[in-house]
Design a protein around this ligand. Sequence first.
Ligand SMILES: C[S@@+](CC[C@H](N)C(=O)[O-])C[C@H]1O[C@@H](n2cnc3c(N)ncnc32)[C@H](O)[C@@H]1O
Length: 362
Amino acid sequence: MKPDALNGLCPYYTMYPLNFPLRALEEHGKRGDWVIDPFRGRGATNFAARLLETPSIGVDSSPVAVALAKAKLASAEPGQVVASAEAILNAAKAPTSVPSSEFWKLAYHDNTLTRLCQLREALLGECSSATRVLLRAIILGALHGPRPKGTPSYFSNQSPRTFAPKPNYAMKFWTARGMYPDDVDVLSVIKTRATRYLAYPLPDIDGKVELGDSRVADTFSDTPKARFVVTSPPYFGMRTYLPDQWLRLWFLGGHDYVEYRQPESQLKHSNAAHFAAEMGRVWKNVASRATDGARLIIRYGGIHDRAAEPMDVLKKSLIDSGWRIVTVRAAADSDSGRRQARQFQSVPKKAITEHDVCCHLA
Ligand SMILES: C[S@@+](CC[C@H](N)C(=O)[O-])C[C@H]1O[C@@H](n2cnc3c(N)ncnc32)[C@H](O)[C@@H]1O
């Protein structure tokens, strides 16, 4: 079993490969330096820091990102996670609320949905232990995905795994193909996944995972001084982080329907200049928490639905931010140029090359 297994426990929309933060920290850092990621997503930077026995802080304004990143810093035995799920299900009464629209009936078998609702209600009531944090993230990772020919590894009817199906499209898709959800053995999926992701013991390292808006200076007020900031901000035009995660958000206490409104806590994509200014606020905030000689390492790219040149947007955001660009390199991972752009179309267009930008404190 590989030590990086835990990083794969749930895909995240626009995730970067673990290699990126690992290489950045290995190249420039030493054990014990604090690392900040102000756009943390699923917590790959926190996880890379943990593997390198280095403390880290991650901030993100999406509750899904928080739930996943907390799990990247948690430790428990697979058996403890399974026992915790079993205890919840054995003690559970009928759930107080079960979504009942047509979409939900086609997305999940009645029995599967009842168990998911029981787990959801228990975890919403109490999720402070490492075991429950890991259980919650494992469920988020299994909530929707493809239906294999053999034993199910996801709870849902056929779906994408990275982002949640949109109800109208999914209902047409399932009905046209006569696809109905399986009665999935929820506990057995949790057991398989816990065994896969938690088999390798990892060091317990200092780390903080905050739900917050990185444009707000106060978000970083308790942050120790860091020598590294390693991150990947939203690409200009990518505004669907929350609607695309609506089923996982539901499991975390959100609505049982898609909310398309862009929340205030996400960077605004109204125009390139405004977007760059918003990113610039984040760079200033992290500069104020950086030690002498600190590095800011950014992976940045773009999507096809905007005319703005991604690197121009990023460079603009760094002007007067407290950081000075030292190198700009095309991202080394062969697949990386497609990674963030690919989720926008089923047949990916040629991706816009991603760049890794290294800055020093000015
Ligand atoms: C490109 S993703 C990061 C992906 C991450 N590198 C990974 O591998 O999972 C950008 C993240 O920025 C977050 N975000 C957007 N606006 C934010 C804000 N104002 N403050 C904090 N996070 C924000 C989004 O929720 C999203 O998770």
